[in-house]
Design a protein around this ligand. Structure first.
Ligand code: EPZ
Length: 432
């Protein structure tokens, strides 16, 4: 089975270029079929979640033309009101739920398979549904795991979100874009990808104000038109490289970033003793010695992102003293701690809190990625560890990181993707 093999111990050093934001691209790609005109998108990351939503768009009649690795021309004129979004790709990714908001907004009808085939009770989309219903849609669940949303007319409404949800904010924003009248979303998510999706919709002729604040105001327009748009850099990919630099006591310039989006991360790294140098579109992280402890709690933006929780835990596991990490967004996001324990980490998880007793070093081990961000965090642990590690289930990592091993190799890491005993022996021979 394809997996990574890593020989730890090299401080990362050099420059790395960050790709477009996966979670912004998922919303924007779904929104791109809200017009029958052509949309050109640049800085689209080449990761498997994005390939999956592109396949889903093609499968319902959208025309997707690849201009180059990161640039696509999309035309949704072939997507009809009776489109059913259901194939193996759609059910693998969570972002496919954005096609509910976009198709409901455009055609007043959407039939979309639930992501991962999961039970709605386990991965709630109640806030999305509440918003669609407030706009006048009839929303029902139909077997096997389909959401059907339809409306004669969508009318602007005042919607108060009970929880701050990135997905629900983007989905309701899309559905409201062509509704009659004004929609106000209160307690909206403020993540950079919410703002990017709003900016993209505005470039198509939508009238959305306040994205990036708690209150988003959408004045419905009759139709949207084609546009050219470049997706923002990926805040979480950038953060992952920042924490990899710190964990390996390296010196890395992370290029093509928006430093403002990284403030909660730079603040924590500085508290721990890292040097951070920021300029217009890059951040340099320098760690010359063992870092100190800190505490963090995951929160909606601009708080510390849940998608960086495993990476900070890996770093704190190697830092001096005791640190506490509290996960307040998702209940079950400490599954990777068992893997870190195999490497010698001293971390105790109690409910939504991890109490981390920093150790001097990790030791290489065989590791399994439980999900995307935890998988990337385990690679960071392997890069910092003494000896060789093998990281399995890398398909999770490939969902959201473009060329992850290649980018790390360019920074001096010893990491390969291997698929056989022979390749493993070759790697061991190469690294000595
Ligand atoms: C987005 O998920 C991201 N995914 C996640 O990134 C990220 O972890 C998350 O936002 C938080 O930042 C995409 O953008 C595709 P939420 P999303 O709705 O939209 C609860 C990654 O690694 N909730 O903001 O699904 C929910 O259970 C992924 O790239 C409801 O109760 O997250 C959670 O506790 C993982 N009802 C909280 O809100 C709802 O209807 C925040 O979830 C919706 C959400």
């Amino acid at each position: 089975m394809e997996h990574y093999i890593v020989k730890g111990g090299n401080p990362l050093s050099g420059e790395v270029e960050i790709a477009g934001a996966k979670n912004a691209a998922l919303g924007i790609l779904a929104a791109s079929v809200m017009t029958s005109e052509t949309v050109t998108l640049e800085n689209v990351p080449d990761v498997s979640d994005i390939r999956a939503i592109l396949k889903a768009i093609r499968a319902i009649g959208g025309h997707v033309e690849k201009i180059d690795r990161h640039c696509y021309r999309i035309n949704g004129s072939g997507i009809t009101a009776d489109a059913v979004v259901d194939n193996e790709y759609v059910r693998k990714i969570r972002g496919s739920y954005y096609l509910i908001g976009s198709l409901l907004g455009r055609h007043r009808h959407a039939a979309v398979a639930l992501p991962g085939g999961c039970n709605i009770g386990l991965r709630p989309i109640d806030q999305h549904i509440k918003g669609f219903r407030a706009l006048g849609a009839d929303v029902r669940l139909a077997p096997p795991g389909m959401v059907i949303a339809e409306a004669e007319v969508l009318r602007g409404a005042h919607i108060y979100m009970d929880v701050v949800s990135v997905g629900a904010t983007i989905n309701i924003m899309m559905a409201a874009t062509m509704a009659e009248g004004v929609t106000i979303i209160e307690n909206a998510a403020k993540e950079p990808h919410v703002v990017d999706t709003a900016n993209f919709l505005n470039s198509m002729g939508a009238s959305i104000k306040g994205a990036g604040t708690d209150v988003i105001r959408i004045k419905g327009v009759q139709k949207l038109h084609g546009t050219n748009y470049s997706i923002i850099p990926d805040q979480i990919e950038a953060g992952t490289f920042m924490f990899a630099a710190a964990a390996t006591r390296g010196d890395v310039v992370i290029k093509n970033v928006i430093p403002k989006h990284l403030e909660s991360l730079t603040a924590k790294l500085m508290e721990m003793g890292c040097q951070i140098h920021e300029s217009d579109d890059e951040v340099r992280v320098v760690a010359t010695r063992r870092l100190g402890p800190t505490n963090a709690k995951t929160l909606p933006y601009p708080g510390f992102p849940t998608d960086m929780q495993p990476q900070i835990t890996v770093l704190l596991g190697l830092s001096r003293g005791v640190s506490i990490i509290t996960e307040s967004i998702f209940e079950n996001r400490f599954k990777y701690v068992d893997e870190l324990t195999k490497m010698g980490a001293h971390i105790q998880v109690e409910g939504n809190t991890a109490i981390i007793n920093g150790v001097e070093k990790y030791t290489g081990a065989n590791l399994s990625s439980p999900d995307l961000r935890a998988g990337a965090a385990l690679v960071i642990a392997a890069l910092a560890a003494e000896g060789i590690s093998e990281v399995y289930d890398i398909h999770y990592i490939e969902r959201g990181y473009e060329d992850f091993p290649e980018k790390l190799r360019r920074l001096g890491a010893e990491i390969e993707t291997i698929d056989s005993e022979l390749e493993k022996r070759k790697f061991q021979f190469k690294v000595g």
